[in-house]
Every structure is written in structure tokens, then in C-alpha cells.
Ligand binder design. Sequence first.
Ligand SMILES: Nc1nc2c(c(=O)[nH]1)N[C@H]1C(S)=C(S)[C@@H](COP(=O)(O)O)O[C@H]1N2
Ligand SMILES: [Mo]
Length: 510
Amino acid sequence: MDDENSPAVLSRWTAILIAVLAMVTALAVGHLVAALTDPDASPFVAVGDSVRDLSPPAVTEFAISDLGEAKKPLLFGGIAAMLLVLATVAGLLSRRRPWPGLALATVVGVVGLLAVLDQYDVDTVGLLAPVSSLVAGAATFGWLHRLAASGLTRPADTSRRRFLWTGAGVAVGAAAFGGLGQVLAGRVDVEASRAGVGALTPSVPAPPIPATADFGTPRFITSNRDFYRVDTALLGVPQVRAQDWLLRVHGLVDEPRTFTFNDIRARRLVERTITMTCVSNQVGGGYVSTANFVGVPLRDLLDETGVRSGSDQLFSTSVDGWTAGTPVEAVLDRDRGALLAIGMNGEPLPTEHGFPARMVVPGLYGFVSATKWVVDLELTTFDAKRSYWLERDWAREAPIKTQSRIDAPRSFATVPAGPVTIAGTAWAQTVGIDRVEVRVDGGAWRPATLATKVNDQTWRMWRVEITLGPGTHTAEVRATDRTGRTQPRQRVAPIPDGATGWHSRQFTVG
Ligand SMILES: Nc1nc2c(c(=O)[nH]1)N[C@H]1C(S)=C(S)[C@@H](COP(=O)(O)O)O[C@H]1N2
Ligand SMILES: [Mo]
């Protein structure tokens, strides 16, 4: 270093290693401090959320509907890869002097800080995580850099060993910090809170599902485990304990009110069997499921607060800031029976499905109605406020479209010769299914047998037995609802208000 003739230049690998270790330390410290103070303020998570929000709608749509659960590892993997590239650059720029790397580390740290500020309503305590992340990263970088540079003036062997041991120590320390942060972040014990809710016994249970309503392809009631899931939450779903939950009802009402979980569960609970559907569901897709939801009619809550004339939108907000805009008319419609649900299939709502409370509005796609972890209901107008997906080019009006799906035989299955059972489900929430027809290889449409109807808010199972010759066949299905409308053949993509088209399946009779 002090030798004018041979300026201290770190080897490339040493320089990169220093920068990567500093970055990992910064992330780990940020994660741990966030867990100790405000789990929402973890800079890494906040950057992920900001990337999601700044992405063009088409990208977000693709990520949510086509990548499903893979979106999280992909997003965070992408950010990690980007950070690795930045660390490499910072390292290579800092082979002589630490300043360029420190400057770059500071910029990255500030980006993390801005992301946290952008994403959350953080108080001063919440800023501790991004700030300590920045400081820890810069300090580690400076320290390791000094250590490595000073080693250049000492006998190679001892200094290299010393540097490697220190580096390994930093890596282990960072892993421990990060791991501890991860454990502590999960500390909000929502499972204990769920267990504490105990049995939710409805005063008005849903009528039992008759055996003749269930052909088994698929099962009529979807288990909580198998129930489809769609949410924008990236690193784990919101963790809200029942005792911490409050629901505010306000806006164009006569008397604003705030409900606690105990207020809700002490009311007269009703149980309703409802089929939920996601607008992102492709023809033949699995984003449709049925459950027995327990809760209070949303109409009852709104009757108590009063709804002023002129309010046409119920604007609901979840604890993670997601929003939906539901027509007030649909929410107040007695026949439809919209719920503030706290139970699902005999247990408190699973955390992923919105514990402690969510909205369920039969007949409307989830993105305009099914707010999970709901904490705020504002009576307003569609002119005044725009909800999450409306801002991202999806529709304002989103009634569920009549659809049908083939579930058996499985795609490309080989079935034994003899009569083949083709079976599946069809739905036309609020009006009900009138008939389902199947045709094979473009032949004549044949009526399928419908299972017993449960109610107009649920799907309906169907099946038909057809004898086919050996070889490969294509079956198609179409449903007609009770308004007399038959599903159009034309394939339309989910965006902006739901897919249409006939589902078809290929299989072989062997
Ligand atoms: N807070 C929150 N609520 C949400 C969403 C979300 O991303 N965040 N997704 C909505 C969408 S698009 C659908 S289809 C349903 C899915 O509910 P489920 O995951 O319980 O099936 O929840 C709705 N409620
Ligand atoms: Mo959805």
C-alpha cells in the first residue's frame, strides 16, 4: 500500500469475494433487524415488492396468472442475481481503493431504503432495518478491504490464511443473522391465534351436500389444502392475529363503525356453499374451487352503518394494501348472499385464504370481490377510487362467465376399450347451469347427466358415458346457463374480464 513502486492491487477474486461477503452481511443484518423491529421493513422484500409494482401490467399479469407460486423464487432469484452482479462490479472497481465499492454499496443501500419507504407506512423504528443494513454492508466492505490490502504487505501465507478465516467467519455470521431473522419474522404466532378461535358454529348451517351432487370429478367441496390460491403477496402471506385485527367500515355511510374479531364472531353466523373463481383462470384451468364459508352477511354490517345514496362501490383494502372494488348493489343483494367470511370448511380461515377475515361475493371474480385479510371497507363511488387490478388494465365489471371443464379422462390418458366416462364440472354462478353437452371428434353434441344442484352459487358436476372405437379422441364440452346462454366457442384470453371458449381434451382408447 505504502510502497510507491508496487501499489497494492487486490486479486480479482479477493476483491469480488469481499464485495459479495459485504452484500450478504448487509442483507442478513437488514433481515434480522427488520424481524426485531418491523418485519415489513426488510429491504430485500421491499425491493421485491417495488419491482412488482413498477413492472408493466402485462408482466405482472403473466407473473401472477402463469407463474403462480414460481413467481416468488423467480423474482427473488432475479434480484439476488442482480445484486451478485452489482457486488462483482463493486469488487472489481475496488481493487486499489475501497471508495468505488463503498459508493456503489451505498447506492444499493439507499435503493433498499427508498423501497421500504415506498412500500410501507414505516415509522422511525421501521427505518432501522434498511439503515443498519446499509451501515453493516459498508462497514464489512471497508473492514475486509483493509484486511486484504494490509495483507499485501505481509508474507503471503499468513495473510492469506488470516483473510480466508475472517471471510469464512463473516459468511457464517451472516448466515446466522439471516437465519435468526427468518425465524423471528415468523414469530407472530398466527397459528396459535387460529387455534384460539376454536370451533365456529354457524346458527344457520349450509344444507349438507347430497351424495348425488358429487360425481367426484372433482370432489364437490374442495379441501382447504387443494383450494386454489391467488395473491400478490410475495414473501409469505400477511400474518394477522385475530386479536390484532380490526375492520373499519366508513365513507358514504350514516354511522362509521369498527369491528373487532370478537364482534364478528359473536354475531349470528351463517354458512354458505360458494364456488369461487379467478378471472385469470384459463379455459380448463384450476383457479376455481368450492367451499363452505362461515361468516356474517356483508349486508347486515352495511345495514347497521347505513349506506348513503350515491355510493356505488364498496372499496375493500387488505392489510397488505391490496384493494378491490365491488358494486354495492351486488353486496346488498340478498339472493347473492355476500359474506364477510371467518371460517372455511369447518375451521377458521386458513392463513393463506385470508385469516382472520375475507370477503366472498358469489358470482363475481375474486379480483373485484374476494379481499383476503380485509381491514377496511369504504363506501365510495367507482369514479372516486380505482382498485388494484383496475389500475393494471383489468375490468371494473367482472361477473363470472359461464364455463365448463373436462376432468376425466385425464389429458392424454389411455383408457380401456368399452364405454368411456367423460366427466367434469360447469359453473354459472348466480343463475345456475341448465345443461352441459359433450361431443367427441367434432360429432353430434350429446347431453351430459347433471348432478343434483346444490345452489346457484356453486358449480355443478356432470358426466356422460360414450362408447368409442380404439384410437385417439378429442372431447369438447359446452354449458348453457339458465338465462339460455350457451358458452361461446371462441377462445378469449382472461384479461380483462375472464376467458371464454370450449374446453377440450385428448385421450386414447386402447
Ligand atoms: N389481499 C388480497 N386479497 C385477494 C387477492 C390478493 O392478491 N390479495 N387476490 C384476489 C384474487 S385475484 C382471487 S381470485 C381471490 C383468491 O382467493 P383464494 O386465494 O382464497 O382462492 O382472492 C382475492 N383476494
Ligand atoms: Mo383472481
